[in-house]
Design a binder for this molecule. Structure first.
Ligand code: SF4
Length: 552
């Protein structure tokens, strides 16, 4: 059974006005929804033993429904959508009617750090067990599809043999820790957060003290001045800053998150050293576990608690109840000099070698391509690669006289080192191909949109982000894109219901961060999408004023 964590000092207080929200810290332990019940019945991490000893031998149909659609997420497994069910049925069918007898499996890649040995194993697993699928996600993970329960123990064995895991890749858990794809190597780096990512992984991930959270807990740590991990929309983020007296360290943000009721994170106004990061992470995730709202799933993310408390109270509780000391005040991050917040192209490292960022379309690669990327990395670098928070990759440690050859080898795989703004700035979630919540297609449509826009607008050369979601959730961050496309069914000119998108315009991250405006009534059909984006881009080119960027 799941352990109830030690109750903090605050539990001795009188129940406050949030007692009804299901906060453990005010003594409200009664499960209030089905998810809280199954988590109380058995810790999600315990499902691994059943997968290894029972389900992988007795097959899909033998899986307990609470494991199938609940606890298996603690090990990165989601059931995938049965092919051929159209988006209009998504909301009306029962979960079991949407389930295929295969799984999506997410491999967490904390900090996006990969060796070629690991990438080869990821590629081999894709080829052998996942029908070649292997998508790069916007949280630096890799996702497989078509996984059979019978093969899961062997997949884990191979991943874990090279230091990878699927532990808490999904579920109400500490998810993958995002990190700068150029941590430790970039010339302009403020501070390398890698040691903190490693310590948090060691201390928190797979630890049953933190395996029953109110909902998912997303985190990011980057010391890059490019602000390259979308820190504004994580539950906790550590952003590299220079303190005038103390030097390089991190500014702490909490309570960001998209989906319904999107909120940008807020600064706690503190400066923490690299050594302090794991303690502060542990303090914040503990606040979430103890004070987070567990009554309603749609109010359970940390952002709702932060919105109710405000940054000042949140910091006070963190300091007084969890850290037992005051934190140092600190400065805010600077606005990045460049407009793109990624690492595409060829850049000099601090050791004189080069890193090369490259782009597939909307994160779609496959096992064979990943194996070839590993070969290119072995032939040209030292065997290190990174995934990015934009569905891209970076090859590290290339000697100057090997750069041209590496670029040619990547381009030969249709991985663009100098991608068009459309390939560079377009992301798409999983969509109706595999996702049970989806209403429309996303990946293939995103890829064809890129090709079409490159053909129609060959001279366009401005930063532009186009994010495509298959449903009202926010897996591809539509609210913070220049053009956000939220999948839904719309009417075409003849009044027929077809796949299409609600348009959000003008979202952004960075110091101008804000959510795109939903343009009332503006919906485009799937077939009208290229025309619509072309029109918006051309109008921007014609009407913009000096220095105006797309989102303004
Ligand atoms: Fe699925 Fe919706 Fe997330 Fe896309 S945004 S992956 S359709 S839940």
């Amino acid at each position: 059974m799941a352990a109830t964590p030690a109750t903090p000092a605050s539990a001795r207080r009188k129940p406050g006005r949030h007692r009804g929200e299901g906060q453990w810290a005010v003594g409200h332990h009664t499960p209030l929804n089905g998810n809280e019940q199954f988590k109380k019945d058995d810790d999600g991490l315990n499902v691994r033993t059943r997968i290894e000893t029972i389900y992988s031998k007795t097959g899909f149909d033998s899986i307990d429904p609470n494991d199938l659609r609940g606890r298996m997420r603690w090990w990165g497994l989601y059931t995938q959508r049965k092919p051929g069910i159209d988006g209009g049925k998504t909301a009306v069918l029962e979960p079991e009617e949407l389930d295929d007898k295969f799984f999506m499996l997410r491999v967490r890649i904390d900090g996006g750090r990969l060796t070629t040995e690991q990438l080869r194993v990821i590629g081999e697993i894709s080829e052998e067990f996942a029908r070649g699928t292997a998508d790069l996600t916007d949280r630096q993970n890799v996702q497989y599809h078509w996984i059979r329960i019978e093969d899961v123990p062997e997949i884990w064995r191979r991943l874990e043999a090279v230091g990878l895991s699927t532990t808490e890749a999904c579920g109400d858990t500490p998810r993958v820790i995002l990190g700068s794809p150029v941590a430790g190597i970039a010339e302009d780096e403020i501070i390398d957060g890698t040691p903190a990512i490693e310590e948090i992984y060691r201390r928190i991930v797979g630890n049953k003290e933190f395996s029953n959270l109110p909902r998912k807990f997303k985190s990011a740590i980057s010391g890059s001045p490019l602000l390259d991990v979308a820190h504004e929309i994580n539950d906790i983020s550590f952003v590299g800053v220079h303190h005038p007296e103390r030097g390089p360290g991190f500014d702490v943000w909490v309570g960001g998150g998209l989906s319904t009721n999107p909120k940008l994170g807020v600064r706690l106004g503190t400066w923490v050293s690299l050594d302090e990061v794991p303690d502060v992470y542990e303090g914040v995730i503990s606040i979430f576990r103890d004070y987070g709202y567990r009554r309603l799933r749609n109010r359970a993310r940390l952002k709702f608690l932060v919105a109710d408390w405000g940054a000042e109270k949140f910091r006070r509780v963190l300091e007084d109840e969890y850290l037992g000391r005051k934190l140092t005040d600190g400065p805010a991050p600077q606005e990045p000099a460049g407009r793109w917040r990624d690492h595409m192209g060829v850049h000099r490292q601090k050791d004189g070698r080069f890193y090369i960022g490259f782009a597939p379309r909307v994160g779609r690669v496959d096992g064979a391509t990943l194996t070839k990327i590993a070969e290119v990395a072995e032939q040209h670098g030292s065997g290190r690669l990174r995934t990015t928070a934009d569905q891209k990759m970076v090859l590290l440690d290339v000697a100057e006289d090997r750069v041209d050859s590496a670029v040619s080898a990547l381009e030969a795989l249709d991985l663009r080192v100098t991608p068009s703004p459309f390939r560079r700035g377009t992301m798409a979630c999983t969509g109706i191909e595999f996702c049970k919540l989806a209403i429309v297609e996303t990946k293939a449509r995103g890829a064809s949109l890129i090709d079409e826009l490159e053909r129609r607008l060959p001279d366009f050369d401005e930063p532009l982000t186009i994010n495509i979601n298959g449903c009202p959730n926010a897996c591809a961050r539509i609210q913070v894109a220049d053009i956000g496309l939220k999948g839904q069914l719309v009417l075409d000119d003849d009044g027929n219901q077809v796949e299409g998108y609600q348009v959000h315009l003008g979202g952004a991250l960075g110091l101008e961060a804000g959510f795109g405006r939903k343009v009332r009534g503006l919906k485009v059909t799937k077939d009208g999408l290229p025309d619509y984006v072309e029109r918006v881009v051309r109008r921007f080119q014609e009407q913009r004023e000096d220095g105006e960027r797309f989102a303004t």
